[in-house]
Design a protein around this ligand. Structure first.
Ligand code: C2E
Ligand code: CA
Ligand code: CA
Length: 843
């Protein structure tokens, strides 16, 4: 080793010898001549060792030593001095000199210099390394302690005598404050006092070596944290280190214990909820295999859990047909094909939906129980799906109640058929199917022909019975999957989902026609009623409910127009006609507003005197675009829209005015007959309307006749009777129009304040003996009741004779006159003087 030596010596001879000796031995030597120069050299460079003589000018070797120490230079210093100076040598060693060399006179000490230097250097180097090592150890120890102190569990080390030689801060914190310092050196047993516990000495002290004993000891005391693991202290090679005792760790697991307890309590609670819950609960794995069931489920389905758990799939509770139906509905809803399997059942749950669904579960004995089932997912801590929970409850009672409510809300009370609301639903569903499957659907609108007549003449009870029979026949005529609805009145709708061809639907129409037309026995009456059917098909005639119904309706009207008792298939041309109807309706409004409607008057003639004694007012409409439009075309339409009220009021006023003028002009006490729609009679202020028309025109009431239809009387309504009485009290004349066409019985005539009967022209068929008899019967009864009789639609001489022979004097018909405009009447009527005329007009 090439040591670097700082050498201080003032004697030149000696220094020359020592220098050469040391250089020979491989030292690097810096020579200075006194202590001061040595200090100066030290501040410029570092040396391994200082070799100094004691006696030197300016600063001695000892003084140099003091300075080096003072400056805390970590360099060993070797002092050379004469043998007599032993006192000085001791002082130097005490003051920190690394070694000394006594100079003898024979120069033997020169031999010692090199070995002494080497020894000092090496020792110094070793010491430095040791110090470094110790510092590192200290650091590590501190780190260990810090780590142990940071631990959330108690750590102690105890020696063979069971005394504590180390503890971390967690451990000491378990004891009353202030005891921390006293813990070291304490026997473990003595700690019991500090814990203030009543534990027998032997139990703890003696048994401590036994692993877990301390734990047991702590357990027996207060506090809920406890556990100890005692091990012999091992070195890194897992070899027991002799004489070190044991390391003991104490972990406070009270929280964990508490959590465990809470978990147990929660589990017990859950179990008791499940056990006592009225809900039937099933847990399944991902494939539907049952893993747990609640007692309520066992009771509800009459199974023992051992028959189900790990044995069966939850699918076993389901009815296959119901699953298939559900799959179909879902397919329609989601617009994609859904299979009727387990996945279908858990689909909503997987999508995070929690919704109850109604099913019919199958009991062990095969019977069914209606249930509402909610499926939710079961997941583990990490949110992974592990299975499903099925919560079901018996909804027999609810379902019965709901079914009753549903039924009432969705069915017609009379026939029990689905009503308009349910029809909408069924149509929607059927249409979705059409869109999904690409197949066709038929919609039939069916209306009974002249049903109103039956209802009006035979009464509601008979009418209702007839409707019920028709409803039953319709249901029998179609398939189970078809829907028959009653829209109200005598109108029915039949939905035929899933049909291939129009011809198939037409065949069903024929079947219905044949079935409905069979005679029906209601009480003593044998009735025959025929239907008119309109048919539309989806998707050809419409892809929405409204269009399909509208088009079927249009087709039905066409069937009615073409003679009833038949069916008609919708086509676009019909829609056009319907459109025309709407156009006419608009045109009517326009015509009325612009005073284009006219009243014509058809004279009534006394067959004996051949004189005109009255007129029937009939509306005439000539439209510049549509031409002449017959009242039969627009009056029924105005009745449906309610527009007839305006038209009727106008006709009444106009007729009163016109006839008052005629009476004045001709001096004849003409009577005018005005047609009154049933809708007008329903208006409570109709009497006022009539009174106002009379007052405004100045026509006396007995000069006004109101024609009402038979149906109005047949309705047997108290309001109608009141109305007719009021009109009669006003002094106007009341006539029954078209008598004999409805189911009006002659008995009505006595009940109502009727003055005139107008025999319908259909009875003037001279070739028919039956007609003759009827005309005879009517006139003789009228005579008995003191009623006037007017024969309508007389076209031939034969007809005149027919009615005259049977006592009817007044006729109206083309044989004499058509309805004429007011100005065209004048030439036909007699002229009288103005004065006479005015007098007559007033009476
Ligand atoms: P209605 O009350 O039965 O009127 C008699 C109908 O028979 C009239 O048809 C008349 O022109 C027609 N007629 C008269 N004599 C003969 C004849 O010898 N042979 C034939 N074949 N027909 C004859 P119109 O004018 O077309 O009226 C049809 C229906 O329109 C009327 O039947 C009536 O119900 C209704 N109507 C007409 N004007 C009014 C009105 O102002 N108010 C109301 N509410 N209805 C009216
Ligand atoms: Ca009439
Ligand atoms: Ca008539």
């Amino acid at each position: 080793m090439n040591w670097n030596v700082l050498y201080a010596e003032d004697d030149r001879v000696q220094s020359a010898i020592v220098l050469s000796l040391l250089q020979q031995d491989g030292f690097t030597v810096t020579h200075v001549e006194n202590g001061k120069a040595a200090l100066a050299a030290l501040s410029g460079q570092s040396y391994d060792v200082i070799l100094t003589d004691q006696y030197m000018p300016q600063m001695s070797g000892f003084e140099l030593l003091s300075e080096v120490r003072k400056r805390e230079l970590d360099i060993p210093l070797i002092l050379m001095t004469s043998t007599q100076d032993m006192q000085l040598v001791f002082a130097a060693v005490r003051a920190g000199a690394a070694d000394f060399i006594s100079k003898d006179l024979n120069g033997q000490y020169l031999e010692l210099i090199a070995p002494v230097l080497v020894r000092s250097c090496e020792r110094h180097q070793l010491q430095a390394r040791l110090r470094q090592h110790a510092a590192r150890l200290e650091q590590e120890k501190n780190l260990c302690y810090k780590t142990l102190d940071a631990m959330e569990e108690g750590v102690i080390v105890i020696n063979e005598d069971l005394c504590i030689t180390y503890h971390n801060s967690y451990f000491s914190a378990l004891f009353p404050s202030g005891t921390e310092g006293c813990l070291l050196g304490k026997r473990v047993a003595a700690l019991i006092a500090l814990f203030n516990r009543q534990v027998e000495r032997e139990q703890t002290d003696g048994a401590l070596l036994d692993e877990g004993a301390f734990c047991r000891w702590l357990k027996s005391g207060a506090g809920s944290w406890e556990m100890v693991v005692g091990t012999r202290i091992l070195d890194v090679k897992k070899v027991e280190v002799a004489g070190t005792g044991f390391a003991v760790a104490l972990a406070d697991i009270s929280q964990r214990k508490e959590a465990e307890q809470a978990l147990i309590r929660a589990h017990q609670l859950t179990q008791s909820i499940i056990d006592h819950s009225p809900f039937s609960i099933v847990a399944t794995d991902l494939n539907g295999i049952i893993v747990a069931v609640s007692p309520a489920l066992e009771r509800m389905l009459d199974y023992h859990k051992d028959e189900l758990v790990q044995q069966r799939s939850v699918l076993m509770f389901h009815d296959e047909a119901e699953l298939i139906r559900c799959a179909q509905t879902l397919s329609d809803e989601l617009d994609r094909d859904i299979d009727p399997n387990f996945d279908m059942l858990v689909l909503p749950a997987r999508n995070g939906e929690v919704r109850g669904q109604d099913w019919n579960y199958t009991r062990k004995d095969g019977t069914r129980v209606p249930v509402n089932v909610t499926v939710t997912t079961l997941r583990d801590h990490d949110g992974r799906l592990t299975g499903y929970l099925w919560v079901a409850y018996d909804v027999t009672a609810q379902r019965q109640a709901a079914e009753r409510i549903q039924h009432v809300a969705h069915h017609d009370a009379l026939t029990g058929l689905p009503n308009r609301t349910l029809l909408q639903d069924r149509l929607e569903t059927a249409l979705r199917r059409v869109r999904r499957t690409g197949r066709k659907m038929g919609v039939l609108v069916l209306d009974l022909d002249h049903f109103k007549r039956i209802n009006d003449s035979l009464g509601h009870v008979v009418g209702d019975e007839l409707l019920k029979t028709v409803a039953t026949r319709l249901v029998v005529a179609v398939r189970d999957s078809d829907t028959v609805c009653r829209m109200g009145g005598d109108e029915f709708v039949v939905i035929l989902p899933d049909v291939h061809l129009r011809q198939d639907v037409e065949r069903i129409c024929l079947k219905i026609l044949e079935s409905v037309a069979r005679p029906v026995q209601v009480g003593l009456n044998t009735l025959t009623v025929t239907p008119s059917i309109g048919l539309s098909m989806a998707p050809d005639d419409g892809d929405n409910e409204a269009d399909l119904l509208k088009h079927a309706d249009i087709a039905m009207y066409r069937a009615k127009q073409s003679g009833r008792n038949g069916y008609s298939v919708f086509c676009q041309e019909m829609a056009q006609v319907n459109h025309d109807e709407m156009m006419i309706e608009q045109a009517l409004h326009h015509a009325f507003h612009h005073r284009r409607l006219k009243l014509h008057y058809q004279p009534r003639v006394d067959v004996e005197t051949r004189r005109v004694n009255g007129f029937e007012a009939l509306i005439r409409w000539h439209d510049p675009v549509h031409g002449t439009i017959a009242p039969d075309r627009f009056i029924p339409m105005a009745e449906t829209t309610g527009y007839i009220l305006s038209l009727g009021a106008w006709a009444l006023q106009q007729a009163c005015r016109d006839i008052r003028t005629l009476r004045e002009q001709h001096g004849v006490a003409f009577r005018v007959s005005v047609n009154v729609s049933p809708r007008q009679l329903e208006q409570p202020d109709f009497v006022d309307t009539v009174r106002n028309a009379l007052q405004a025109s100045g026509l006396p009431p007995q000069a006004l006749e109101l024609e009402i239809t038979e149906g109005v009387l047949a309705a047997e309504s108290g309001a109608v009777l009141t109305m007719l009485n009021a009109l009669h009290d006003l002094g106007v004349v009341l006539a029954i129009d078209d008598f004999g066409t409805g189911y009006c019985s002659l008995a009505y005539l006595a009940q109502y304040p009727i003055d005139v009967i107008k025999i319908d022209r259909s009875f003037l068929d001279v070739g028919h003996t039956c007609c003759r008899a009827i005309v005879g019967a009517i006139t003789s009864i009228a005579e008995e009741l003191g009623l006037e009789v007017v024969a309508e639609g007389v076209e031939t001489q034969d007809q005149i004779e027919l009615v005259r022979d049977r006592g009817c004097r007044v006729v109206q018909g083309y044989y004499f006159y058509e309805a004429l405009a007011l100005e065209d009447l004048t030439p036909l009527l007699p002229n009288v003087s103005r004065d006479v005329a005015r007098k007559l007009a007033m009476h």
